[in-house]
Design a protein around this ligand. Structure first.
Ligand code: ADP
Ligand code: MG
Length: 382
């Protein structure tokens, strides 16, 4: 064995996952298929990943004894959740392999740090202002209408308020209890696209095809791969995502969200983990984003990210159980009647409004037929 080979972690080693949501669950599934074992840390005893992990440490993300157990029993650790305290990653990294780094996660979990990084890296972003005091809110003019976003812990459109002017921005800032925020100019979006990529310790990058995303109430609704925009925009998104990952010295799986405004591409935000808009890779790519995450942290070579089918992914929210005010199981049999539809349910017990309960992906050779089937299947669920 040369030193390169011996630094590779082979099955049946125990890997660690911080966070037990659906992203962690897909990681566990990929790791199991590849011959690895997984310990999941998540305070929820019913967490989707914890339920199927080899070991579930049911404790807080800063629980010293749980972190000690993880450091002692896991040979490599990753995260599915950007709000794991960066200190947790830093602590674990002292005694075991951890990807992504605490540094990268600290940037991704704070909107001001994130935007400052984009700016310093020369990456294109929309106009924004950091808001730590009400007096930072700009006067009426160019910046409005705008979106006020809390700098930390926002997701799925939570912690965001659309504001028409300074007076509304002040009210929204009060409502957010004067937490640190960013104010972003509201852009007129022609399209939203994303790139999920994996970058290994040597700096090799495997990027998945650029996907097109549509949101409903701030939550991802549908992803289409490949995106239906110009080849120039798609290629540009790939280039920017790779540049960003290299500049961050990122190791792991990274999701990069973009706004398309005319022929301009602007970076919206990054996620230091597999991304919902990369779920289509489970069924439509040679290697999926979770297998890639296992490959990166174990030091195995990156897999081929190429698409083998056109794909349309549709999220299934708790709302699908709660239509017309009644709780009723969605019509699964109608979805399963489509032979090109791949169903993924996350095993969450309680279908709350806006909660991501599962998704399905329709795959096939004909992009238009795939889209039509996905639309039909989506409407039939309710
Ligand atoms: P989250 O962390 O909730 O994903 P995002 O910043 O990505 O937060 O915002 C969610 C969605 O809201 C975006 O995908 C986009 O559709 C819309 N949005 C956010 N910021 C802007 C903006 N500045 N201009 C226009 N639309 C926006
Ligand atoms: Mg987003």
């Amino acid at each position: 064995n040369n030193s390169n080979e011996s630094s590779v972690i082979q099955p049946t080693a125990m890997l660690g996952m911080l966070g037990g949501g659906q992203l962690g669950r897909f990681f566990v599934i990929a790791a199991h298929e590849m011959g690895y074992k997984v310990t999941v840390l998540d305070p929820d005893k019913n967490s989707p990943a914890g339920m199927i992990a080899d070991v579930h440490l049911c404790a807080a993300y800063d629980d010293a004894s749980a972190l000690k157990t993880m450091a002692e029993t896991c040979v490599a650790i990753s995260t599915e959740f950007e709000n794991v305290p960066a200190e947790t990653l830093a602590t674990l990294a002292k005694s075991t392999i951890v990807h992504p780094s605490a540094h990268a996660v600290a940037i991704a979990q704070h909107r001001i740090k994130e935007k400052t990084f984009f700016k310093e890296a020369g990456l294109p972003i929309g106009p924004f202002v950091a808001v730590t005091n009400a007096s930072d809110l700009p006067e009426d003019g160019d910046m409005y209408p705008a979106v006020l976003k809390v700098a930390r812990f926002g997701y799925d459109g939570k912690g965001q308020a659309r504001v028409a002017n300074q007076a509304e921005a002040k009210v929204a800032f009060q409502n957010f209890k004067q937490e640190v925020c960013v104010l972003e100019k509201m852009l007129t979006l022609d399209l939203e696209v994303s790139v999920v990529l994996a970058r290994d310790v040597h700096g090799n990058i495997a990027a998945f095809p650029t996907a097109e995303n549509s949101h409903l109430n701030g939550i991802l609704d549908v992803s289409i791969a490949p995106a239906r925009c110009s080849e120039v925009i798609k290629a540009n998104a790939q280039e920017l995502a790779k540049k960003l990952a290299a500049r961050l010295n990122y190791v792991g799986v990274l999701g990069v969200e973009f706004f398309v405004v005319g022929n301009q591409l602007l970076i919206n935000e990054i996620a230091p983990r597999p991304h919902n808009s990369g779920h289509y890779t489970l069924d439509a790519c040679i290697t999926n984003q979770f297998e890639q995450q296992v490959r990166v942290i174990t030091g195995q070579a990156l897999g081929n990210p190429n698409l083998h089918s056109n794909a349309v992914m549709v999220n299934i929210l708790g709302d699908s159980w709660l239509y017309s005010g009644k709780q009723k199981e969605p019509a699964w049999d109608k979805a399963y009647a489509h032979g090109n539809l791949k169903m993924h349910l996350y095993g969450k017990h309680e279908p709350r409004k806006s909660r991501k309960m599962g998704h399905f992906t329709v795959i096939g050779e004909d992009a238009q037929a795939v889209l039509n089937t996905a639309k039909v299947a989506r409407s039939e669920l309710h």
